[in-house]
Write a protein that binds this ligand. Sequence first.
Ligand SMILES: [Fe+2]
Ligand SMILES: [Fe+2]
Length: 136
Amino acid sequence: MDKDIDCEWNDERLLGIESIDKEHEQLFLMAKVLHRYMKEKATVSVINIFFGEVVKSAEAHFENEERFMKDKGFPILLLERHIVEHKKLLERLLGLKKKFEKGEITLTDEVAQLLTFLLSGHMQEYDTRIAEFVNK
Ligand SMILES: [Fe+2]
Ligand SMILES: [Fe+2]
């Protein structure tokens, strides 16, 4: 897994919803910084702290996004499914963070790639539906 493509933020990822787009870009930037830290072999404690920040930002973003969907009257079944996906994603991110803290993950480069992959996959599959709904 050695492509940088998934780590780059680009305008194709924009949903056209400013508050959500800003947070998505921020999450991408954070994943990219994490990726760089790992490449530059930053100390484990620095990466741990930063990983914690990424998880916190993701959690805050999911809450904001869920509130936005509720406020806009997003269909309840789709909203519930989206919330379940956020929970799963957060669990996976927390799982990665814990593994890293315990020293169980050594291929750190792949961890950062996976993080971005998880985020971009969710954005593409689920968050684009928010834009479809508000723009219809
Ligand atoms: Fe989402
Ligand atoms: Fe999102």
